[in-house]
Write a protein that binds this ligand. Structure first.
Ligand code: ADP
Length: 203
């Protein structure tokens, strides 16, 4: 029997580019979305092997007495230490990729029209290797900062600091199969997503 296959699209973009918004629009059209960052957070608490690896690498403070991930501690450990961030990601990413492969199998069996992998670090994690095409969502930096300040209530400097941890828009764009310029209204964004959804799901 031939292996079932589901069309897959990786979606990435810098913070505030609008990638989550784009994914929610895809969902309204019938796509299934795997949110890699949320899955990573879930696995860091739930997956025993991953917990053990994080404890070994970052110490017992990595988890709170109630068993929850100590986000504040880990964030402080990695925020100004690129090597520590790289080590943490190297522990987490393989587990997320494995979870995605499982979801991809189920989505194929369920004949899902389009499976999306949304990841801020799509290329850095190697997740781009698991999808047919990559969509990069982009918008001018000033606009992205404005949007994140409004969304999260944080200072523009903090948004800029987070941007430092991501590939530059130029590098993302160079590796994209599709680029979505999120410079207009949400209605315009919806239309762009719909056009792409049609193109990707055409038999
Ligand atoms: P990301 O997931 O890339 O960080 P989001 O999808 O969360 O970005 O978008 C950042 C913020 O900007 C959200 O509050 C979202 O509602 C808003 N936003 C995104 N695109 C637009 C747009 N075209 N017009 C107005 N607001 C937008």
């Amino acid at each position: 029997m031939a292996t079932l296959k589901v069309p897959t699209l990786g979606v990435t973009g810098g913070i505030g580019s609008g990638k989550s918004t784009v994914c929610r629009l895809f969902e309204t059209l019938g796509a299934q979305v795997f949110y890699a960052d949320e899955e990573a957070k879930r696995l860091m608490t739930k997956d025993r092997a991953l917990r053990r690896a994080i404890l070994d690498a970052f110490g017992p403070e990595s988890y709170l007495p109630n068993g929850q991930l100590n986000r504040a501690y880990l964030a402080a450990r990695v925020f100004h230490d690129a090597e520590a961030l790289r080590r943490l990601n190297a522990l987490v990413h393989p587990h997320v990729l494995k979870a995605f492969k499982q979801v991809r199998k189920q989505a194929a069996q369920a004949k899902v029209p389009l499976l999306i992998l949304e990841a801020a670090l799509l290329f850095e994690s190697g997740a781009d290797q698991l999808v047919d095409h990559v969509l990069v969502v982009d918008a001018p930096e000033a606009e992205r900062i404005r949007r994140v300040v409004a969304r999260d209530g944080i200072a523009p400097e903090d948004v800029r600091a987070r941007m430092q941890h991501q590939l530059s828009p130029e590098m993302l764009r160079a590796r994209a199969d599709f680029i979505l310029e999120n410079t207009g209204s949400l209605e315009q964004l919806r239309q762009q997503v719909e056009a792409l959804y049609r193109q990707l799901t055409r038999a």
